[in-house]
Design a protein around this ligand. Structure first.
Ligand SMILES: [Fe+2]
Length: 405
């Protein structure tokens, strides 16, 4: 098993064991307190909660073909419950803080809680649950967000002025993404009619059959000049060293440490460079990133569009040679917003989501775009970080504009 995956599973299993221990402790605590209003119900609920690992195993091992549908409901239930407890905890703090601030803290220190404690907890729980549920369900069922960016590059060949690139990432076909949803995304791509369709990995999630679903829905789509793509860690985790061959057979035009020249009708040239994913290095010696090799054919007068799955590959030679680099992988953490708003991804990634410039003087004017992607990983929930695709229009000059549809 690959190192990354082993590490992830170790963390997941540790979290689940901790979760089970907390549930047991909670039930024991309730029992030691004797009869209490709703006490039996809460104990029963905690026992039910202990089934979570079973649902996880059933859904990810595909033991029962339709169990995935129930898993989604189950996850949503947990999400709502978690939101309620967090909201209730925050709400309950309000009267406690108010009591302490008003100088009536003696009773609180003596162990008694303010009289309106339960009401605040209930209101806080209800409010946060409603807010997060509406946000999560909206992200799931409303159409994906189409972000429009106008990017200017000094010295851009006038024949490339107005060229459009549609950036798709992290579809995670199959995992929490029904075919109906995928067809909606495909319709969006068709309507957008970009010059270049660029896909930055994690097309499948964890089964080879998902490559077939991708092929049925997305392989017939193309940019006017072509479609270009790189593999993500999920392709390597699922298909191993055969990833590139299998995905190409399914109509996924992979660039593996190589480049392709796309030409407009007027003779404008775009050199598209694809760098392989670091997860490949764990599968075979000829897989994994090789930036130098990918850049071999780049000529000084060409506009260079680079594709990577993980944005960390941007720094160094790639940033210096590529005018625009596209990446995914982070999902924006699935919670939060684009900068200046914080996101969960900003805790873990240097380039979490959105558009970046580099302080390196050799990269002046060059940009990195990290997409929040369209799919889900881990939990089938997005709050604030709506599934997105980005349409970039290249312009000669300086500055940038953004818009949304
Ligand atoms: Fe992903």
């Amino acid at each position: 098993m690959k190192d990354h995956r082993r590490r992830f599973l170790r963390i997941l299993w540790s979290a689940l064991v901790l979760y089970e221990i907390l549930n047991v402790l909670f039930i024991l605590l309730l029992r030691s307190r004797g009869p209490a209003p709703l006490g039996e119900g809460v104990q029963l609920f905690s026992l039910f909660s202990m089934l979570l690992p079973l649902w996880l195993i059933l859904s990810f091992r595909d033991v029962l073909p339709r169990v995935r549908i129930f898993s989604q409901t189950f996850f949503l239930w947990y999400f709502a419950l978690g939101s309620f407890w967090i909201g209730a905890g925050l709400g309950a703090l309000v009267p406690v803080v108010k009591t302490l601030l008003s100088g009536e803290g003696r009773s609180a220190r003596g162990g008694a809680l303010p009289a309106d404690y339960s009401l605040w907890a209930l209101q806080g729980g209800g409010f946060l649950t409603l807010l997060l549920l509406v946000s999560a369900l909206g992200a799931r069922f409303l159409p994906p967000r189409l972000i429009r960016l106008t990017l200017s590059f000094e010295g851009l060949d006038p024949r490339l002025d107005g060229l459009t690139v549609l950036h798709l990432s992290d579809l995670h076909v199959g995992a929490w993404q029904g075919e109906g949803r995928l067809r909606t995304i495909a319709e969006f791509v068709k309507r957008t009619a970009p010059d270049i369709l660029a896909i930055t990995g994690d097309v499948i999630d964890h089964r080879e059959e998902e490559a077939g679903i991708f092929e049925r829905i997305f392989a017939p789509l193309s940019g006017n000049l072509g479609t270009v793509a790189v593999l993500g860690n999920h392709e390597y985790w699922t298909l191993g060293k055969e990833s590139c061959a299998v995905m190409r057979r399914h109509g996924f035009p992979v660039l593996k440490n190589e480049s392709r020249l796309l030409e407009t009708g007027t003779g404008g040239k775009v050199r598209v460079v694809g760098v392989d994913d670091p997860a490949g290095a764990e599968c075979a010696p000829d897989c994994g990133p090789n930036v130098e090799r990918a850049l071999t054919e780049v000529r000084p007068d060409e506009f260079v569009l680079a594709l990577v799955h993980q944005p960390t590959l941007w720094e160094g030679p790639l940033c210096r040679k590529a005018h625009l680099t596209l990446a995914g992988h982070t999902h924006g953490g699935q919670i939060g917003g684009h900068p200046p708003l914080p996101s969960l991804a900003s805790l873990f990634f240097r380039f979490p989501v959105g558009l970046f410039s580099s302080p390196d003087p050799h990269c002046r004017g060059h940009r990195l775009h990290v997409s929040a992607g369209l799919g889900y990983y881990g939990i089938p929930v997005r709050v604030g970080m709506i599934p997105e695709m980005t349409l970039m229009t290249l312009r000669a000059g300086s500055g940038e504009k953004s818009g949304e549809k």
